[in-house]
Design a protein around this ligand. Structure first.
Ligand code: AHM
Ligand code: MG
Length: 342
């Protein structure tokens, strides 16, 4: 490599966050500090996932989480890393994790102004096979009246629609660790973890989804449980009246399926069905953060009633929803099929 080919002016996530902060002259820097803690948790989780088979971290941990799934050792580790990072930031007041039935409160930081929701290791059934998994996160800002010593902060502080999120994103632990982040009203930026430097490098600035792409991603083994309109929609992709049929791609890790969809376009779906009438994926820390990323990248995200996912208000922190997200024109086809059957 000639010396002239080396980029000596790379944008790391830290630099990116600093530059973002300067756009808000009144910013306290708290959000930036919270994001630094987040990126450390992603690096740690990436590290343990990479070493999992070597240091006996695969397999079950012997306990179940609240949705009844078997917990993996790495699930437990990812969860613990995430909780410690959020506590250590001093900027997180409350945290909801998929692996914790109850909300976690950091009462030692009554002035912290952020509430964080996360799925520390999503897609963990894939872990033992070395298939990509990911961390999903969303950040809410607490209202002034909930801050300060002596104030009680409960789950109501988090039972808000995705439109209230100030930032969200995910990290996929694949061939490399890919972090995707978006802020309210902003674009979507993608970073790749450079292992030797230990830094996330901006590699995918201003990500935009292609408006159409003939790829669908769904667990088709559930089609027996789907509604009629849903079956007809997927049938129409495989047996088009004109043109070629769609390609099927399903990894079974939402983060990995969503990341591919973000880059290539297409549609990712986990519909509500007769077996899971409320769907499988959780609103607060799976659907809403993903919906925000997809909308900010020019895509669409709706639930199984074709309501905008970003507008859905969960009643409980672990509530679930059906989900369809992807390229604008692909999600529109779902909406059209649903309306035709109404
Ligand atoms: P998890 O949070 O218990 O890992 O479950 C969520 C995962 C998603 O990553 C993925 O989209 C989906 O479950 C796959 O479910 P299925 O195995 O039913 O296709
Ligand atoms: Mg999950």
């Amino acid at each position: 490599v000639g010396q002239e080919n080396i980029n000596t002016d790379i944008v790391t996530l830290s630099r990116f966050l600093t530059e973002e902060q300067t756009k808000y002259p009144d910013a306290s820097g708290d959000f930036t500090l919270l994001c630094h803690a987040l990126q450390f948790s992603f690096k740690s989780i990436a590290y343990y996932i990479r070493r999992a088979s070597l240091i006996n971290l695969t397999g079950l941990a012997g306990s179940s989480n609240i949705t009844g799934d078997d917990q993996k050792k790495l699930d437990v580790i990812g969860n613990d890393i995430f909780i410690s990072a959020m506590r250590g930031s001093g900027k997180c007041r409350i945290l909801v994790s998929e692996e914790e039935e109850e909300l976690i409160k950091f009462d030692e930081y009554p002035d912290a102004r952020y509430a964080v929701v996360c799925d520390p290791i999503d897609g963990s059934s894939n872990l033992d096979a070395g298939v990509s998994v990911g961390t999903i996160f969303g950040i809410f800002q607490l209202p002034e009246e909930l801050m300060g010593a002596g104030k009680e902060v409960g789950p109501e502080a988090l039972l808000h629609p995705g439109t209230s999120l100030v930032a969200s994103g995910f990290t996929m632990y694949g061939a490399s660790a890919q972090l995707v982040i978006t802020m309210r009203g902003g674009g979507v930026n993608g970073f790749t973890l450079e292992n030797s430097l230990g830094e996330f490098i901006l590699t995918h600035p201003n990500m935009r989804l292609p408006e159409s792409r003939a790829i669908y991603s769904v667990n088709e083994g559930n089609s027996m449980y789907w509604d009629e309109w849903c079956n007809q929609y997927f049938h129409s992709l495989k047996f088009p009246e004109d043109g070629k049929p769609y390609s099927a791609r399903y990894i079974g890790s939402m983060v990995a399926d969503a990341y591919r969809t973000l880059l290539y376009g297409g549609i990712f779906a986990y519909p509500a069905d007769s077996k899971s009438p409320k769907g499988k994926l959780r609103i607060l820390y799976e659907c809403a953060p993903m919906a925000m990323v997809f909308e900010n990248a020019g895509g669409l995200a709706v639930n199984s009633r074709m309501e905008r996912l970003m507008d859905v208000v969960p009643e409980h922190i672990h509530d679930k929803s059906g989900v369809f997200l992807g390229s604008k024109n692909e999600v529109q086809k779902v909406i059209d099929m649903y309306n035709k059957h109404k």
